[in-house]
Design a protein around this ligand. Structure first.
Ligand SMILES: [Zn+2]
Length: 464
Protein backbone atom coordinates (compact mmCIF):
# COMPACT_ATOMS: atom_id res chain seq x y z
CA UNK A 1 0.00 0.00 0.00
CA UNK A 2 2.72 2.49 0.98
CA UNK A 3 4.51 1.51 -2.24
CA UNK A 4 1.51 2.68 -4.25
CA UNK A 5 1.32 5.93 -2.29
CA UNK A 6 5.03 6.66 -2.88
CA UNK A 7 4.65 5.87 -6.56
CA UNK A 8 1.57 8.10 -6.84
CA UNK A 9 3.43 10.83 -4.99
CA UNK A 10 6.32 10.78 -7.44
CA UNK A 11 3.92 10.77 -10.41
CA UNK A 12 2.15 13.83 -8.96
CA UNK A 13 5.47 15.59 -8.36
CA UNK A 14 6.66 14.91 -11.92
CA UNK A 15 3.41 16.07 -13.48
CA UNK A 16 3.33 19.13 -11.22
CA UNK A 17 6.86 20.09 -12.34
CA UNK A 18 5.86 19.65 -15.96
CA UNK A 19 2.74 21.81 -15.53
CA UNK A 20 4.64 24.57 -13.70
CA UNK A 21 5.97 26.11 -16.89
CA UNK A 22 6.06 29.94 -17.09
CA UNK A 23 5.95 29.68 -20.89
CA UNK A 24 2.52 28.07 -20.81
CA UNK A 25 -0.19 30.72 -21.43
CA UNK A 26 -2.60 29.75 -18.63
CA UNK A 27 -4.67 32.91 -18.84
CA UNK A 28 -5.15 32.60 -22.60
CA UNK A 29 -6.01 28.92 -22.15
CA UNK A 30 -8.75 29.79 -19.64
CA UNK A 31 -10.17 32.41 -22.00
CA UNK A 32 -10.20 29.96 -24.90
CA UNK A 33 -11.64 27.08 -22.94
CA UNK A 34 -14.48 29.10 -21.49
CA UNK A 35 -15.20 30.62 -24.92
CA UNK A 36 -15.43 27.15 -26.41
CA UNK A 37 -17.66 25.99 -23.59
CA UNK A 38 -20.00 28.96 -24.05
CA UNK A 39 -20.09 28.48 -27.82
CA UNK A 40 -21.04 24.84 -27.32
CA UNK A 41 -23.79 25.67 -24.82
CA UNK A 42 -25.24 28.33 -27.10
CA UNK A 43 -25.12 25.94 -30.05
CA UNK A 44 -27.03 23.28 -28.09
CA UNK A 45 -29.61 25.81 -26.86
CA UNK A 46 -30.06 27.22 -30.37
CA UNK A 47 -30.98 23.76 -31.61
CA UNK A 48 -33.87 23.62 -29.14
CA UNK A 49 -35.32 27.04 -30.10
CA UNK A 50 -37.34 25.91 -33.18
CA UNK A 51 -38.86 23.02 -31.18
CA UNK A 52 -41.01 25.58 -29.37
CA UNK A 53 -42.56 26.73 -32.64
CA UNK A 54 -43.91 23.31 -33.64
CA UNK A 55 -47.69 23.87 -33.73
CA UNK A 56 -48.77 20.34 -32.71
CA UNK A 57 -47.89 17.98 -29.83
CA UNK A 58 -45.74 14.85 -30.36
CA UNK A 59 -47.80 11.79 -31.42
CA UNK A 60 -47.21 10.03 -28.06
CA UNK A 61 -48.91 12.85 -26.18
CA UNK A 62 -51.55 14.06 -28.59
CA UNK A 63 -54.37 12.18 -26.86
CA UNK A 64 -53.35 13.35 -23.40
CA UNK A 65 -52.31 16.95 -23.87
CA UNK A 66 -55.11 19.52 -24.18
CA UNK A 67 -54.57 22.05 -26.95
CA UNK A 68 -54.49 24.85 -24.41
CA UNK A 69 -51.99 23.08 -22.13
CA UNK A 70 -49.76 22.32 -25.10
CA UNK A 71 -49.73 25.96 -26.20
CA UNK A 72 -48.91 27.08 -22.66
CA UNK A 73 -46.07 24.57 -22.41
CA UNK A 74 -44.58 25.78 -25.69
CA UNK A 75 -44.69 29.43 -24.71
CA UNK A 76 -43.34 28.76 -21.18
CA UNK A 77 -40.50 26.66 -22.59
CA UNK A 78 -39.62 29.30 -25.18
CA UNK A 79 -39.41 32.03 -22.55
CA UNK A 80 -37.29 29.91 -20.23
CA UNK A 81 -34.90 28.99 -23.03
CA UNK A 82 -34.48 32.62 -24.11
CA UNK A 83 -33.77 33.55 -20.52
CA UNK A 84 -31.18 30.80 -20.25
CA UNK A 85 -29.45 31.89 -23.48
CA UNK A 86 -29.27 35.50 -22.27
CA UNK A 87 -27.95 34.33 -18.90
CA UNK A 88 -25.25 32.17 -20.52
CA UNK A 89 -23.99 35.16 -22.52
CA UNK A 90 -24.06 37.37 -19.42
CA UNK A 91 -22.17 34.87 -17.23
CA UNK A 92 -19.57 34.42 -19.92
CA UNK A 93 -19.04 38.20 -20.17
CA UNK A 94 -18.68 38.53 -16.39
CA UNK A 95 -16.25 35.61 -16.20
CA UNK A 96 -14.21 37.06 -19.03
CA UNK A 97 -14.08 40.47 -17.33
CA UNK A 98 -12.89 38.82 -14.09
CA UNK A 99 -10.04 37.10 -15.90
CA UNK A 100 -9.19 40.00 -18.19
CA UNK A 101 -9.01 42.65 -15.46
CA UNK A 102 -7.24 40.41 -12.95
CA UNK A 103 -10.10 40.63 -10.44
CA UNK A 104 -8.94 37.51 -8.57
CA UNK A 105 -5.55 38.96 -7.62
CA UNK A 106 -6.79 42.52 -7.04
CA UNK A 107 -9.53 41.36 -4.64
CA UNK A 108 -7.00 39.19 -2.78
CA UNK A 109 -4.87 42.31 -2.30
CA UNK A 110 -7.77 44.50 -1.25
CA UNK A 111 -8.75 41.93 1.41
CA UNK A 112 -5.13 42.11 2.67
CA UNK A 113 -5.38 45.90 2.93
CA UNK A 114 -8.74 45.61 4.70
CA UNK A 115 -7.23 43.18 7.22
CA UNK A 116 -4.35 45.55 7.91
CA UNK A 117 -6.80 48.41 8.47
CA UNK A 118 -8.96 46.52 10.98
CA UNK A 119 -5.94 44.98 12.69
CA UNK A 120 -6.10 41.30 11.66
CA UNK A 121 -2.63 39.76 11.41
CA UNK A 122 -1.64 39.13 7.78
CA UNK A 123 -0.41 35.66 8.76
CA UNK A 124 -4.00 34.51 9.39
CA UNK A 125 -4.32 32.81 6.02
CA UNK A 126 -7.64 31.06 6.66
CA UNK A 127 -9.35 34.32 7.68
CA UNK A 128 -7.89 35.96 4.58
CA UNK A 129 -9.18 33.07 2.45
CA UNK A 130 -12.69 33.16 3.91
CA UNK A 131 -12.98 36.94 3.47
CA UNK A 132 -11.73 36.65 -0.10
CA UNK A 133 -14.17 33.87 -0.95
CA UNK A 134 -17.03 35.89 0.55
CA UNK A 135 -16.00 38.89 -1.51
CA UNK A 136 -15.82 36.82 -4.71
CA UNK A 137 -19.25 35.36 -3.97
CA UNK A 138 -21.01 38.59 -3.06
CA UNK A 139 -19.61 40.62 -5.96
CA UNK A 140 -21.50 38.77 -8.74
CA UNK A 141 -24.46 37.98 -6.46
CA UNK A 142 -25.66 41.59 -6.46
CA UNK A 143 -26.35 41.84 -10.23
CA UNK A 144 -27.50 38.21 -9.93
CA UNK A 145 -30.43 39.55 -7.89
CA UNK A 146 -31.73 41.43 -10.92
CA UNK A 147 -31.68 38.18 -12.89
CA UNK A 148 -33.61 36.19 -10.33
CA UNK A 149 -36.03 39.07 -9.84
CA UNK A 150 -36.77 39.01 -13.57
CA UNK A 151 -37.10 35.23 -13.56
CA UNK A 152 -39.63 35.15 -10.73
CA UNK A 153 -41.61 38.33 -11.16
CA UNK A 154 -41.66 38.63 -14.95
CA UNK A 155 -41.15 35.21 -16.49
CA UNK A 156 -42.79 32.90 -13.92
CA UNK A 157 -45.43 35.54 -13.21
CA UNK A 158 -46.44 35.63 -16.88
CA UNK A 159 -47.06 31.87 -16.87
CA UNK A 160 -48.83 31.80 -13.53
CA UNK A 161 -46.13 29.99 -11.55
CA UNK A 162 -44.97 32.81 -9.31
CA UNK A 163 -46.51 32.61 -5.85
CA UNK A 164 -43.97 34.85 -4.17
CA UNK A 165 -44.14 38.53 -3.29
CA UNK A 166 -41.31 41.04 -3.51
CA UNK A 167 -41.09 41.13 0.28
CA UNK A 168 -40.90 37.34 0.47
CA UNK A 169 -38.32 37.34 -2.33
CA UNK A 170 -36.07 39.70 -0.39
CA UNK A 171 -36.36 37.84 2.92
CA UNK A 172 -35.85 34.51 1.14
CA UNK A 173 -32.73 35.79 -0.58
CA UNK A 174 -31.31 37.19 2.64
CA UNK A 175 -32.08 33.91 4.42
CA UNK A 176 -30.34 31.92 1.68
CA UNK A 177 -27.27 34.14 1.86
CA UNK A 178 -27.15 33.88 5.62
CA UNK A 179 -27.54 30.11 5.48
CA UNK A 180 -24.81 29.84 2.83
CA UNK A 181 -22.50 31.87 5.06
CA UNK A 182 -23.37 29.92 8.22
CA UNK A 183 -22.88 26.52 6.57
CA UNK A 184 -20.46 27.36 3.76
CA UNK A 185 -17.82 29.30 5.71
CA UNK A 186 -17.22 26.70 8.46
CA UNK A 187 -17.15 23.91 5.84
CA UNK A 188 -14.60 25.87 3.80
CA UNK A 189 -12.59 26.63 6.94
CA UNK A 190 -12.59 22.90 7.82
CA UNK A 191 -11.54 22.01 4.30
CA UNK A 192 -8.64 24.48 4.36
CA UNK A 193 -7.60 23.38 7.85
CA UNK A 194 -7.50 19.74 6.74
CA UNK A 195 -5.25 20.53 3.79
CA UNK A 196 -3.10 22.57 6.14
CA UNK A 197 -2.64 19.74 8.63
CA UNK A 198 -2.57 16.80 6.25
CA UNK A 199 -0.24 18.43 3.75
CA UNK A 200 0.48 16.12 0.87
CA UNK A 201 -1.84 13.37 2.07
CA UNK A 202 -4.81 15.67 1.93
CA UNK A 203 -6.65 13.56 -0.65
CA UNK A 204 -7.41 10.74 1.76
CA UNK A 205 -8.37 13.11 4.57
CA UNK A 206 -10.56 15.14 2.29
CA UNK A 207 -12.44 12.06 1.11
CA UNK A 208 -13.15 11.15 4.72
CA UNK A 209 -14.30 14.69 5.43
CA UNK A 210 -16.60 14.78 2.41
CA UNK A 211 -18.06 11.43 3.37
CA UNK A 212 -18.94 12.57 6.88
CA UNK A 213 -20.20 15.87 5.50
CA UNK A 214 -22.57 14.32 3.01
CA UNK A 215 -24.22 11.77 5.29
CA UNK A 216 -27.88 11.70 4.24
CA UNK A 217 -30.42 13.65 6.27
CA UNK A 218 -33.48 11.87 7.53
CA UNK A 219 -37.10 12.76 6.94
CA UNK A 220 -40.29 11.78 8.69
CA UNK A 221 -42.37 8.97 7.21
CA UNK A 222 -45.70 7.27 7.91
CA UNK A 223 -46.31 3.57 7.07
CA UNK A 224 -48.54 2.78 4.06
CA UNK A 225 -51.87 1.48 5.47
CA UNK A 226 -53.08 -2.11 4.94
CA UNK A 227 -54.97 -2.59 1.69
CA UNK A 228 -54.71 -3.12 -2.05
CA UNK A 229 -51.68 -0.86 -2.56
CA UNK A 230 -49.69 -2.36 0.28
CA UNK A 231 -50.47 -5.91 -0.85
CA UNK A 232 -49.40 -5.15 -4.41
CA UNK A 233 -46.10 -3.60 -3.39
CA UNK A 234 -45.25 -6.38 -0.95
CA UNK A 235 -46.09 -9.01 -3.59
CA UNK A 236 -43.91 -7.24 -6.16
CA UNK A 237 -41.00 -6.96 -3.72
CA UNK A 238 -41.30 -10.63 -2.77
CA UNK A 239 -41.37 -11.68 -6.42
CA UNK A 240 -38.14 -9.75 -7.10
CA UNK A 241 -36.52 -10.89 -3.81
CA UNK A 242 -36.22 -7.23 -2.77
CA UNK A 243 -35.42 -7.15 1.00
CA UNK A 244 -38.34 -4.87 1.91
CA UNK A 245 -38.65 -4.13 5.64
CA UNK A 246 -40.69 -0.91 5.69
CA UNK A 247 -43.11 0.74 3.31
CA UNK A 248 -43.66 4.45 3.88
CA UNK A 249 -45.60 7.35 2.45
CA UNK A 250 -44.09 10.84 2.60
CA UNK A 251 -45.76 14.24 2.58
CA UNK A 252 -45.75 15.71 -0.96
CA UNK A 253 -45.41 19.31 0.14
CA UNK A 254 -41.73 18.74 0.79
CA UNK A 255 -41.19 16.80 -2.38
CA UNK A 256 -38.16 17.33 -4.57
CA UNK A 257 -38.50 18.23 -8.23
CA UNK A 258 -39.27 14.89 -9.84
CA UNK A 259 -39.22 12.20 -7.22
CA UNK A 260 -42.31 10.00 -7.08
CA UNK A 261 -41.01 7.06 -5.12
CA UNK A 262 -37.63 5.80 -4.05
CA UNK A 263 -35.94 3.21 -1.88
CA UNK A 264 -32.99 3.31 0.49
CA UNK A 265 -31.32 1.27 3.21
CA UNK A 266 -28.70 -1.41 3.68
CA UNK A 267 -28.19 -4.20 1.14
CA UNK A 268 -30.17 -6.65 3.27
CA UNK A 269 -32.83 -4.33 4.71
CA UNK A 270 -34.52 -1.70 2.57
CA UNK A 271 -37.32 0.81 2.81
CA UNK A 272 -39.58 1.99 0.02
CA UNK A 273 -40.93 5.53 0.20
CA UNK A 274 -43.86 6.71 -1.91
CA UNK A 275 -44.93 10.35 -2.23
CA UNK A 276 -48.55 10.95 -1.25
CA UNK A 277 -49.04 12.96 -4.45
CA UNK A 278 -48.29 9.84 -6.49
CA UNK A 279 -50.84 7.84 -4.48
CA UNK A 280 -53.46 10.57 -4.86
CA UNK A 281 -53.03 10.96 -8.60
CA UNK A 282 -52.68 7.31 -9.59
CA UNK A 283 -54.47 3.96 -9.27
CA UNK A 284 -52.79 1.28 -7.10
CA UNK A 285 -51.79 -0.54 -10.31
CA UNK A 286 -50.05 2.58 -11.59
CA UNK A 287 -48.20 3.10 -8.31
CA UNK A 288 -47.11 -0.54 -8.56
CA UNK A 289 -45.81 0.14 -12.09
CA UNK A 290 -43.79 3.15 -10.88
CA UNK A 291 -42.32 0.95 -8.14
CA UNK A 292 -41.50 -1.74 -10.70
CA UNK A 293 -39.40 0.92 -12.43
CA UNK A 294 -37.72 1.93 -9.14
CA UNK A 295 -37.02 -1.69 -8.21
CA UNK A 296 -35.57 -2.09 -11.70
CA UNK A 297 -32.92 0.43 -10.65
CA UNK A 298 -32.16 -1.73 -7.64
CA UNK A 299 -32.21 -5.01 -9.58
CA UNK A 300 -29.73 -3.62 -12.11
CA UNK A 301 -27.45 -2.08 -9.38
CA UNK A 302 -27.82 1.44 -10.77
CA UNK A 303 -27.31 3.30 -7.44
CA UNK A 304 -24.10 1.38 -6.71
CA UNK A 305 -22.76 2.12 -10.17
CA UNK A 306 -23.55 5.81 -9.88
CA UNK A 307 -21.81 6.01 -6.50
CA UNK A 308 -18.73 4.31 -7.95
CA UNK A 309 -18.69 6.72 -10.89
CA UNK A 310 -19.09 9.70 -8.56
CA UNK A 311 -16.28 8.47 -6.29
CA UNK A 312 -14.05 7.89 -9.30
CA UNK A 313 -14.76 11.38 -10.55
CA UNK A 314 -14.03 12.88 -7.13
CA UNK A 315 -10.73 11.02 -6.86
CA UNK A 316 -9.73 12.05 -10.37
CA UNK A 317 -10.60 15.69 -9.60
CA UNK A 318 -8.53 15.63 -6.41
CA UNK A 319 -5.64 14.02 -8.27
CA UNK A 320 -5.60 16.76 -10.93
CA UNK A 321 -6.07 19.35 -8.19
CA UNK A 322 -2.99 18.12 -6.35
CA UNK A 323 -0.99 18.58 -9.57
CA UNK A 324 -1.99 22.23 -9.95
CA UNK A 325 -2.30 23.38 -6.36
CA UNK A 326 1.30 24.70 -6.12
CA UNK A 327 1.70 25.82 -9.72
CA UNK A 328 3.71 29.08 -9.67
CA UNK A 329 3.16 29.71 -13.40
CA UNK A 330 -0.61 29.47 -12.94
CA UNK A 331 -0.54 31.92 -9.99
CA UNK A 332 1.60 34.37 -11.92
CA UNK A 333 -0.58 34.20 -15.05
CA UNK A 334 -3.50 35.52 -12.98
CA UNK A 335 -1.54 38.35 -11.38
CA UNK A 336 -0.70 36.68 -8.05
CA UNK A 337 2.69 36.78 -6.38
CA UNK A 338 4.09 33.36 -7.51
CA UNK A 339 5.57 32.86 -4.03
CA UNK A 340 1.97 32.40 -2.81
CA UNK A 341 1.88 29.07 -4.66
CA UNK A 342 4.33 27.49 -2.22
CA UNK A 343 4.31 29.57 0.94
CA UNK A 344 2.93 32.72 2.50
CA UNK A 345 5.35 35.67 2.12
CA UNK A 346 3.65 37.35 5.11
CA UNK A 347 4.01 34.31 7.37
CA UNK A 348 1.27 31.82 8.19
CA UNK A 349 0.20 28.92 6.01
CA UNK A 350 0.16 28.81 2.21
CA UNK A 351 -3.21 30.03 0.82
CA UNK A 352 -4.50 26.81 -0.78
CA UNK A 353 -7.74 28.50 -1.67
CA UNK A 354 -6.13 30.50 -4.49
CA UNK A 355 -4.88 27.33 -6.13
CA UNK A 356 -8.36 25.91 -5.75
CA UNK A 357 -10.05 28.85 -7.50
CA UNK A 358 -7.49 28.99 -10.32
CA UNK A 359 -7.74 25.23 -10.77
CA UNK A 360 -11.51 25.60 -11.06
CA UNK A 361 -11.16 28.30 -13.70
CA UNK A 362 -8.93 26.02 -15.73
CA UNK A 363 -10.93 22.82 -15.39
CA UNK A 364 -14.52 24.03 -15.10
CA UNK A 365 -15.01 23.78 -18.90
CA UNK A 366 -14.06 20.11 -18.61
CA UNK A 367 -17.21 19.64 -16.53
CA UNK A 368 -19.14 20.01 -19.79
CA UNK A 369 -17.78 16.63 -20.81
CA UNK A 370 -18.42 15.13 -17.38
CA UNK A 371 -21.98 16.44 -17.39
CA UNK A 372 -22.59 14.93 -20.81
CA UNK A 373 -21.24 11.58 -19.66
CA UNK A 374 -23.17 11.53 -16.37
CA UNK A 375 -26.42 12.44 -18.08
CA UNK A 376 -25.92 9.74 -20.69
CA UNK A 377 -25.43 7.24 -17.85
CA UNK A 378 -28.51 8.26 -15.87
CA UNK A 379 -30.57 8.38 -19.06
CA UNK A 380 -29.42 4.90 -19.98
CA UNK A 381 -30.41 3.70 -16.49
CA UNK A 382 -33.86 5.26 -16.84
CA UNK A 383 -34.42 3.42 -20.10
CA UNK A 384 -33.23 0.19 -18.53
CA UNK A 385 -35.51 0.57 -15.50
CA UNK A 386 -38.44 1.29 -17.83
CA UNK A 387 -37.54 -1.80 -19.84
CA UNK A 388 -37.46 -3.78 -16.61
CA UNK A 389 -40.98 -2.61 -15.68
CA UNK A 390 -42.23 -3.33 -19.20
CA UNK A 391 -40.81 -6.82 -19.02
CA UNK A 392 -42.78 -7.37 -15.80
CA UNK A 393 -45.92 -6.46 -17.76
CA UNK A 394 -46.42 -2.83 -16.71
CA UNK A 395 -46.19 -1.10 -20.10
CA UNK A 396 -49.66 0.41 -19.97
CA UNK A 397 -49.76 1.29 -16.25
CA UNK A 398 -46.30 2.85 -16.25
CA UNK A 399 -47.09 4.88 -19.35
CA UNK A 400 -50.36 6.11 -17.83
CA UNK A 401 -48.73 6.98 -14.51
CA UNK A 402 -45.91 8.92 -16.17
CA UNK A 403 -48.33 10.79 -18.42
CA UNK A 404 -50.45 11.79 -15.43
CA UNK A 405 -47.44 12.99 -13.49
CA UNK A 406 -45.79 14.90 -16.29
CA UNK A 407 -48.39 16.31 -18.62
CA UNK A 408 -49.54 19.15 -16.41
CA UNK A 409 -46.21 20.50 -15.26
CA UNK A 410 -45.68 22.14 -18.67
CA UNK A 411 -42.38 20.43 -19.45
CA UNK A 412 -41.21 20.88 -23.03
CA UNK A 413 -43.30 18.64 -25.32
CA UNK A 414 -40.70 18.56 -28.11
CA UNK A 415 -36.97 18.22 -27.48
CA UNK A 416 -33.98 18.38 -29.72
CA UNK A 417 -32.01 15.15 -29.35
CA UNK A 418 -28.68 16.77 -28.53
CA UNK A 419 -30.30 19.33 -26.22
CA UNK A 420 -32.06 16.60 -24.31
CA UNK A 421 -28.94 14.42 -24.12
CA UNK A 422 -26.81 17.29 -22.82
CA UNK A 423 -29.18 18.98 -20.39
CA UNK A 424 -31.44 16.26 -19.06
CA UNK A 425 -30.58 13.58 -16.56
CA UNK A 426 -33.84 11.84 -17.47
CA UNK A 427 -35.20 11.19 -20.95
CA UNK A 428 -38.28 13.26 -21.77
CA UNK A 429 -41.72 11.67 -21.51
CA UNK A 430 -42.15 11.16 -25.30
CA UNK A 431 -38.66 9.64 -25.44
CA UNK A 432 -39.54 7.21 -22.66
CA UNK A 433 -42.91 6.27 -24.08
CA UNK A 434 -41.37 5.68 -27.51
CA UNK A 435 -38.60 3.54 -26.03
CA UNK A 436 -41.05 1.51 -23.94
CA UNK A 437 -42.92 0.54 -27.08
CA UNK A 438 -39.69 -0.46 -28.75
CA UNK A 439 -38.77 -3.12 -26.25
CA UNK A 440 -42.20 -4.44 -25.36
CA UNK A 441 -42.01 -8.19 -25.33
CA UNK A 442 -38.33 -8.42 -26.28
CA UNK A 443 -35.76 -9.61 -23.75
CA UNK A 444 -34.24 -6.22 -24.28
CA UNK A 445 -32.18 -6.07 -21.13
CA UNK A 446 -30.07 -9.00 -22.19
CA UNK A 447 -28.94 -7.32 -25.41
CA UNK A 448 -25.49 -5.75 -25.57
CA UNK A 449 -25.40 -1.92 -25.71
CA UNK A 450 -24.45 -2.15 -29.39
CA UNK A 451 -27.33 -4.48 -30.19
CA UNK A 452 -29.71 -2.20 -28.28
CA UNK A 453 -28.54 0.76 -30.30
CA UNK A 454 -28.97 -1.11 -33.55
CA UNK A 455 -32.46 -2.19 -32.59
CA UNK A 456 -33.45 1.38 -31.71
CA UNK A 457 -31.97 2.75 -34.91
CA UNK A 458 -33.89 0.23 -36.99
CA UNK A 459 -37.04 1.16 -35.15
CA UNK A 460 -36.47 4.85 -35.92
CA UNK A 461 -35.90 4.04 -39.59
CA UNK A 462 -39.23 2.23 -39.64
CA UNK A 463 -40.94 5.25 -38.09
CA UNK A 464 -39.52 7.66 -40.65
ZN1 LIG B 1 -35.80 6.06 -12.60
Amino acid sequence: MSGIVTKLDSVITQLADLADNPAFPYRTAVIWLSSLQTAWELYVDRRQVPKFSIPFPPPELKDHLKKDTFKKAQSYGRDKLNYSIAHTVYSFAVGLAFVYFGVFASTWDSVARFMARVGIASSRTIVHSLLWMSYLTILPAIPGLAWSYYYNFVLEQKHGFNKSTVKLFITDTLKTWLLTAVIGLPVLAGFLKIIDIAGKNFVAWLMLFLYVELQPLFNKFTPVPEGDLRNRVVALATKLKFPLTHLYVIDGSKRSSHSNAYFYGLPWSKRIVIYDTLIKESTPAEVEAVLAHELGHWYLSHPTRLILIAQGHLLFTLFIFSIFIHNKALFEAFGFDPRLAVSSPTGGSQPVVIGFILYQLLFEPLDTVVKFFMNSKTRQYEYEADAFAVRLGFRKELGDALIKLHVNNLSAPHSDKLYSAYHRSHPTLPERLRAMDEYTGASWLKLSPKAKKQEIEEQHKKED
